[in-house]
Design a protein around this ligand. Structure first.
Ligand SMILES: NC(=O)c1ccc[n+]([C@@H]2O[C@H](COP(=O)([O-])OP(=O)(O)OC[C@H]3O[C@@H](n4cnc5c(N)ncnc54)[C@H](OP(=O)(O)O)[C@@H]3O)[C@@H](O)[C@H]2O)c1
Length: 200
């Protein structure tokens, strides 16, 4: 398959790239810097240009997303909008635009995380965006045209990210990022739709 992978240069994206390449797929990478296609997924016009450059793809996988991490009482309205834009609006836009240009049986695989079901301090924007995307995936699965499919990978914290996030996720059992990458393979090569693949 020809697969467009957004966020390909990150911790998760590199592992997904490796897992998909090992399965023999052709990967077109995208991110703001250092990929085949330069894209900012928070900007609809940038997404439009990305799909135009990528041409027909059989699958779209996203491993990019950003939210502010702040105590609830310190969040301002701009933080809330930035969190929604960085991880929810951006992924909805990838699907909304991609549905028109991807193959008739294309799949979309998005990313959320454990905080939709198990919150931590300072993580309310991540919880908000993750919950929104998991609900969106269930809804989009019954509305996507043709035989297109959509799933989301919802991992707990990665072992590889514990040096950065260990204090926030204290007491959590991390998983190797390769386990989350395998869920992308399952979503892309399988036939399921509307699924939240919990990896923990
Ligand atoms: N790390 C974890 O333990 C963990 C666990 C569960 C879920 N997640 C979720 O997995 C996703 C990826 O996490 P990660 O740790 O792999 O992040 P990361 O290492 O910071 O990588 C992020 C990737 O996305 C790209 N990116 C960021 N903002 C972008 C934008 N606006 N437009 C296009 N590309 C953008 C980055 O490249 P550029 O900066 O060049 O654009 C990079 O390729 C996030 O949604 C995160 O919440 C992570």
């Amino acid at each position: 398959m020809r697969i467009l992978l957004a966020g390909a240069t990150g911790t998760l994206g590199k592992a997904v790239h490796e897992a998909l390449r090992a399965r023999g797929h052709e990967i077109v990478t995208a991110s703001r810097k250092g990929s085949d296609i330069s894209v900012d997924i928070t900007e609809p016009e940038s997404i439009r240009a990305m799909y135009e450059k990528a041409g027909r793809v059989d699958a779209v996988a996203n491993a990019a997303g950003w939210v502010p991490w702040k105590p609830l009482t310190e969040l301002g309205p701009d933080d809330v909008l930035a969190g929604l834009r960085g991880k929810a609006f951006s992924q909805v836009e990838l699907v909304r635009q991609g549905a028109a240009s991807a193959a008739e049986d294309a799949s979309f695989t998005l990313v959320t995380g454990v905080l939709s079901r198990d919150p931590v301090l300072t993580g309310s924007m991540a919880s908000l965006a993750n919950g929104a995307i998991e609900a969106f995936v269930r809804a989009a699965a019954i509305e996507l045209p043709h035989r297109q499919r959509i799933n989301v990978v919802s991992p707990t914290v990665f072992t590889e990210s514990m040096p950065a996030y260990g204090e926030i996720f204290v007491g959590f059992q991390p998983v190797p990022v390769a386990a989350a990458a395998r869920a992308y393979v399952r979503s892309i090569e399988g036939r399921q739709t509307g699924r939240v693949y919990v990896v923990e």
